[in-house]
Design a protein around this ligand. Structure first.
Ligand code: ADP
Ligand code: MG
Length: 612
């Protein structure tokens, strides 16, 4: 565990669409604004000719450079390329994703004029580096320690990959915690440390592209996730899509032009629709206007809140269906839920709130925590707790998670033999006995799966290992114990021991194994370091250019303020103009060239100016 001496520890909500960072500072949790003053930062990375941009800066170039602007890396992290969800996503993304070694998705971009292959871990690490930098700028000291949140449905491989992204960004990941727990912590701190009775809380998290419902029980400062449900493809972007389609149809009908195959026009329309959607959370109607939308024709149309609701009603109702499922899984009735907590930007939609309130028989929803910030807030509380910072309430905090899916071993006939059932509270250690399936079998391959289906071929293969040296015996005689050990981070170790020989083997799942090899991670670390150096170098270059620019304009201001004879002023003004032209024409930025130019100009201009 990290101590206070190691400096501040931050909490990062690494979202699919937006990320948010918070820290315990000056006796309270503070959400840290980015360089634009925004309290959330788009989880977006753009590559261009000179550098890579992260956050708001990356979103700004999305329309110009869609093939090299990466968003939604969280959808890829820790997944295989052949995963059906990945297959659906890659078909819709404007950037290229290919299948790399070990079925790993690889994002292909053009960076600084060259093709570059990136993993989702690398892209996420760039977002994390940005969040780290935002915190460092705010606190004025280097930040090493962080708690990072992930969705409750993330499996072992996704959690490990997120941890790797943290490592690449130079963070010491104290713990990975799940988002609903983090939100509950934030909520708990705000609302209930005074009360001692047990409470059931439903967290309703509707974000940009995902919807997660979770039921937690909170007793004083202890939180347990009881059940989770949701949809990895349901959120704000779907509501935007519906509005885009509505307007495209309207435009095509009115003007007899086909817009649906023009990505640039659609991109602009989508941005306008997202803005309109936000407005409709607070206004009964709004206007969407785009100059020169398509083929020289402007776009202008109105949309009411009622129309927006009609366009999305089936999706909103789906959300309520998932709430019911979550209650069923937890074996709870809706009346046993004490509080319903709203998290995620899309919960600002009034109709969503109304449907949810109706479902809970008119119960008031908890909106006291900011839906965009609750998760980062809770992560920062946990970070402070783990580093011995914060107040006594924070120090008392205990968090419990559950396994989102069942974990087990493949047995004869491809059957899934569950060792750790779904929704088991972690940390946990479970044991099960196995045996050999043929006579004189001396080794057994254990394949570890995650999922709810009875056939392992329908579940997710996490890893496999071999236990050998089993003394020959008829089938069914050998007695092999298999242990599943899940630590506080939700990271799994599976081991097997043969009773007769005492032979043991296990899958050591550390931070640096899994789908990525040690070499791959080292390469990513090295690249991240190089990026850092390149960024610093670029900053030095830009500083040299800015300094020269300031000198030139400063000289012009001095000439104006001093009473130089007209003839001299005119000559100097011409020289200034040509210096500005020279500056504009420099395509390649070289510190030496700019410094030399500045010296040259100084040696000519300063003696003239100093005479007056
Ligand atoms: P994620 O957790 O997926 O990163 P967020 O929880 O930050 O995402 O939610 C982002 C989504 O919230 C976006 O789709 C955005 O359009 C939507 N959103 C933000 N503000 C509003 C609002 N006022 N009304 C409706 N939707 C909103
Ligand atoms: Mg979120």
């Amino acid at each position: 565990m990290a101590g206070t001496s190691e400096g501040p520890a931050i909490g990062i909500d690494l979202g699919t669409t937006y990320s948010c960072v918070a820290v315990w500072h000056r006796d309270r949790i503070q959400i840290i604004p980015n360089d634009q003053g925004h309290r959330i930062t788009p989880s977006c990375v753009a590559f261009n000719e000179t550098e890579h941009l992260v956050g708001d800066a990356a979103v700004n170039v999305l329309a110009m450079n869609p093939a090299n602007t990466i968003f939604g890396a969280k959808r890829l992290i820790g997944r295989r390329f052949s995963d059906p969800l990945v297959q659906t996503d890659v078909k819709h993304w404007p950037f290229k994703v290919i299948c790399g070694a070990h079925d790993k998705p690889i994002i292909v971009v053009t960076s600084k004029g060259q093709k570059k292959n990136c993993t989702a871990e690398q892209v996420s690490s760039m977002v994390l580096t940005k969040m780290k930098k935002i915190a460092e700028d705010f606190l004025g000291v280097p930040v090493k320690n962080a708690v990072i949140t992930v969705p409750a449905y993330f499996n072992d491989s996704q959690k490990r990959a997120t941890r790797i992204a943290g490592c690449i960004s130079g963070l010491n990941v104290l713990r990975i915690i799940v988002e609903p727990t983090a939100a509950a912590v934030a909520y708990g701190l705000d609302n209930m440390f005074s009360s001692s009775e047990e409470k059931n809380v439903l967290i309703f998290d509707l974000g940009g592209g995902t919807f997660d419902v979770s039921i937690l029980t909170m007793e004083k400062t202890t939180f347990k996730v009881k059940s989770i449900a949701g949809d990895t493809h349901l959120g704000g972007e779907d509501f935007d899509d519906r509005m885009v389609n509505h307007f495209v149809k309207e435009f095509e009908r009115k003007h007899g032009k086909v817009v649906s195959d023009n990505p640039r026009a659609l991109g602009r329309l989508r941005t306008a629709c997202e803005r309109a959607k936000r407005n409709l959370s607070f206004m009964s109607h709004t206007t969407v206007a785009i100059d020169c939308f398509y083929d020289g024709v402007d776009f202008e149309s109105k949309i009411t809140q009622a129309k927006f609701e009609e366009l999305n009603m089936d999706l909103f109702k789906e959300c309520i269906g998932h709430v019911e499922k979550c209650l069923n899984d937890a074996d709870m009735d809706k009346t046993s839920i004490h509080d319903v907590v709203l998290v995620g930007g899309s919960t600002r939609i009034p109709k969503v709130q109304e449907l949810l309130k109706d479902f809970f028989n008119g119960k008031e929803l908890c909106k006291s925590i900011h839906p965009d910030e609750a998760i980062a807030y809770g992560a920062a509380v946990q970070a402070a707790n783990l580093t011995g910072q914060g107040n006594p309430e924070i120090q008392d905090l205990v968090l419990w998670d559950v396994t989102p899916l069942s974990l087990g071993i493949s047995t004869l006939d491809d059957n899934m033999s569950v060792v750790v059932p779904r929704n088991t509270i972690i940390p946990t250690k479970k044991e099960r006995g196995f045996t050999t399936s043929s006579d004189d079998q001396t080794s057994v391959t254990f394949r570890v799966f995650e999922g709810e289906r009875p056939k392992t071929s329908d579940n997710i293969l996490l890893d496999k290992f071999v236990l050998s040296g089993i003394p020959p015996a008829p089938r069914g005689v050998a007695s092999i114990n298999v242990y599943f050990d899940i630590d506080v981070n939700g990271i799994l170790t599976v081991s097997a021991k043969d009773k007769a020989s005492g032979n043991e083997n296990q899958i050591t799942i550390s931070n640096v194994t899994g789908i990525l090899s040690k070499e791959e991670i080292d390469r990513m670390l090295e690249e991240a370091e190089r990026f850092k150096l390149e960024d610093e170098e670029l900053k030095t270059k830009m500083d040299a250019k800015n300094s020269l620019e300031r000198y030139i304009y400063g000289t012009r201001a001095t000439i104006l303020s001093k009473k130089l004879p007209d003839s001299k002023a005119r000559i100097l003004e011409d020289e200034i103009k040509s210096a500005i032209k020279w500056l504009d024409e420099q395509k390649v930025i070289e510190v030496d060239v700019f410094e030399k130019k500045r010296k040259d100009l100084e040696s000519i201009w300063n003696p003239i100016i100093s005479k007056f």
